[in-house]
Ligand binder design. Structure first.
Ligand SMILES: Cc1ncc(COP(=O)(O)O)c(C=O)c1O
Length: 399
């Protein structure tokens, strides 16, 4: 048995099977490439599902982790530290928000957003005002609050009861949201581009309509930017891409470029609902994670960074449109920036391994969509290579 086979077999026998194991064991990464334990290189168009925003082994992140780990990794959340202050200040200065709460993951950021919105509504509008409007095809995470506002709950009855007061509207359909609004509504939450649901972007007019609806009814508008934030759409924050400002946002993934960290941001009006004892976390806001966030932000704020993302996104999109025309194997292309969904005539369960065998790592979204979320630093040559691999694989595959 090879070392790789031993790692995969050992993982299969010792880990809970929450994921179907791939027949590959990964060893290391550099830039836009990941390498398996047999030394095979993959162009990483998954990036840990939109996480490795600066690529693997980013020199800036490595330097920060090394320096900050040697200095101070953890302290009680009630202490101020320079990295926490710096990261929060950078987030506030560059966004429409006034206050930051640090967490460790996407689902925790969403939980924090839901709790903040409910506490704000309780104090502002009264005890019964706790309802949340979410959307079909949504994905917000796997802890109970997040799972309760995620479409997948409907296929997981064994986890019930979910939290109460959740209503599902239809994405990009304002009348379906209006029909659910009442004096019990605390918040409306959505992904600006539905990720796991299949890479469907919101219509800017729909988001504008939601903004007006929330303003008129004093409802918190929450954007779950966990997958779309931090440059993924070619803007630092996803809301900037659409030109509609939410009241509260949930962030994670790309903001740590691979380091586990998340945050929830809010305008003062809402943020004031959190007081000592309302909410908290042992690890959230630790100096190491915050130093990483600050260094990721500094990289993303460098002149030309977002223009590069926009340019590479357009390049990939144009190449995919060309492939669609020439191959007849692509049926739809969706998304924004470097978050691209491709529907093909092939079974996604067969397409992903075929792409991987040809040296490209990617992921599935929805039932049938190929999702491309490469590092934001992907070069034009690498994007060209990705298109060549996709074209070649579509040509080789048989139904
Ligand atoms: C939009 C969105 N929200 C929340 C989450 C949950 O994030 P995490 O897996 O870090 O808990 C995800 C993860 O894919 C996501 O895409």
């Amino acid at each position: 048995m090879t070392d790789t086979q031993k790692i995969i077999k050992g993982s299969a026998s010792s880990l809970m099977q929450t994921y179907k194991l791939q027949p590959v064991a990964l060893d290391h990464g550099k830039g836009c490439r990941a390498y398996d334990t047999d030394g095979k290189a993959y162009l990483d168009c998954a990036a840990g599902i939109a996480v490795a925003s600066l690529g693997h082994a980013s020199p800036a992140v490595l330097k920060t982790i090394t320096e900050q780990a040697a200095k101070l990794m953890i302290c009680q959340a009630s202490y101020a530290t320079e990295p926490k202050e710096k990261a929060a200040k950078l987030l506030i200065e560059t966004s429409c928000f006034d206050k930051i709460y640090f967490s460790n993951s996407g689902t925790e950021s969403v939980e924090a957003a839901l709790k903040l919105a409910r506490k704000w509504a309780y104090e502002e509008k009264g005890e019964g005002c706790h309802e949340i409007i979410t959307f079909h095809n949504s994905f917000h995470g796997r802890t109970y609050g997040s799972a309760s506002i995620t479409e997948k709950r409907h296929t997981q009855p064994y986890f019930a009861p979910y939290i109460e007061g959740i209503h599902y509207a239809t994405f990009n359909d304002l009348p379906s949201v209006k029909a659910l609004v009442s004096d019990k509504t605390a918040a409306i939450i959505l992904e600006p581009v539905q990720g796991e649901g299949g890479l469907t972007p919101a219509d800017a007019d729909f988001l504008k309509g939601l903004r007006t609806l929330c303003d008129e009814n004093n409802i918190a508008l929450i954007f779950d930017e966990v997958q779309t934030g931090f440059g993924r759409l070619g803007t630092l924050y996803a809301y900037e891409y659409f030109g509609v400002e939410p009241d509260i946002a949930a962030w994670a993934k790309g903001m740590g470029a691979g380091f586990p960290v998340g945050a929830m941001a809010a305008r003062d009006k809402f943020a004031a609902a959190f007081q000592p004892g309302s909410h908290g976390t042992t690890y959230g806001g630790n100096p190491l994670a915050c130093a990483v966030v600050a260094s990721v932000m500094e990289e993303m704020l460098k002149p030309g960074f977002m223009e590069h993302v926009q340019k590479t996104g357009k390049f990939l999109r144009t190449g995919l449109e060309d492939l669609k025309r020439s191959s007849n194997k692509i049926t739809d292309i969706r998304g924004a920036g470097l978050m691209i969904g491709v529907d093909t005539v092939f079974d996604i369960k067969k397409l992903l391994p075929a792409l991987r065998d040809n040296g490209l790592m990617s992921t599935q979204a929805g039932e049938a969509t190929l999702r491309l979320t490469p590092p934001l630093i992907m070069s034009e040559d690498e994007a060209k290579e990705a298109l060549e691999i996709i074209g070649k694989t579509l040509q080789e595959m048989k139904k």
